[in-house]
Design a protein around this ligand. Structure first.
Ligand SMILES: [Zn+2]
Length: 84
């Protein structure tokens, strides 16, 4: 059991208060390595981002805790096919 990528979230809604454990796990689309939740600072504007363990500053993804989906945030990918 691996606890990396877990985030404890606190919700407060009037009288209601509960905790929810969110488990986030994904493979980096760029290189196939694991993506872990990390603080976005200092290089990203989001407080929490998904970072590839192999390239934590190049393979960066947004993290939407409601949909558990993200978008690529890192520097532009330079590839041979895109250059055409
Ligand atoms: Zn990667």
């Amino acid at each position: 059991m691996k606890d990396d990528g877990c985030e404890l979230e606190m919700f407060r809604h009037e009288k209601y208060r509960w905790t929810r454990l969110v488990r986030f796990s994904a493979d980096c689309p760029r290189c196939g390595s694991n993506i872990e939740l990390q603080p976005g600072k200092p290089d990203q504007q989001y407080p929490l981002v998904g970072r590839c363990v192999e390239s934590p500053h190049a393979h960066v993804y947004s993290f939407d805790r409601m949909t558990l989906k993200g978008a690529y945030l890192g520097p532009p990918i330079i590839s041979a096919t895109a250059a055409k």
